[in-house]
Design a protein around this ligand. Sequence first.
Ligand code: NAI
Length: 286
Amino acid sequence: RGKRAFIAGVADDNGYGWAIAKQLAAAGAEILLGTWVPALNIFESSLRRGKFDESRILPDGSLMEITKVYPLDAVFDNPDDVPEDIKSNKRYLGSSKWTVKEVAESVKEDFGSIDILVHSLANGPEVVKPLMETSRYGYLAAISASSYSFISLLQHFAPIMNPGGASISLTYIASERIIPGYGGGMSSAKAALESDTRVLAFEAGRKHRLRVNTISAGPLRSRAAKAIGFIDMMIDYSSANAPLPKELSAEEVGNVAAFLASPLASAITGSVVYVDNGLNAMGVGV
Ligand code: NAI
């Protein structure tokens, strides 16, 4: 039986989530996506109109099939959490059942179970502000969207994940080294995500026989990264200073995600796996 994957955080064909979906599809997995509610319409209409067809081409020449796209807002766990202004927001009115609990219930209803859970989402409203200037609201919002969202997804999906299943998130080295410009509490959010990867590996491993890992990825010119504003500089810095002086492709991260989700990685859990051309190993720039 082929494996089934749910990938949260895909709204175009430029980010890590899309690349991970592709490599999982190439390895034979069935693909379900969770797309942020405000981005859902444009993503689905672009898919329908064939805008992503070139990016959907798999190594064997076939097109990646996306079995279903679920609306998702991972900062809300259940309908009681949703404030009035979001409920009545016109970008949310057209969709329903997009809180984490409801999405897990819908996936269970539609498919029964999954094998692979991918968290490829982050948001920090004050990411361009230095940590020293970050508000309490901005900091907690970064943690909510970028760290707790993973706990919530695993909490709600673990009961429908088959034993031997795997979950993967995406993190960034700003959690452990100073990266000026990655502000708003996003560095803190990634530190939390990495620590939670270890604790959740223990809890989900003992309770559900699931594995929990995170990929510390190098810089990619995704939509989210462009919003931070320093992505071209980070890409140039990496090419100039990393042991492998080449641009990182999203596909390279997708490949490692496919490995981590496979039985080849059956003894790897609680790990932060670097996919960054080795930049993390450098002590000084050259
Ligand atoms: P992306 O823009 O492709 O993905 C981020 C996704 O998160 C978007 O699709 C957005 O709609 C979604 N999202 C935001 N808030 C959400 C919410 N409340 N509920 C559901 N979805 C929500 O960008 P990228 O860069 O591929 O990001 C994926 C992951 O990779 C993130 O965790 C990011 O921090 C991480 N990462 C990115 C790096 C880069 O240089 N691009 C480097 C290292 C890690």
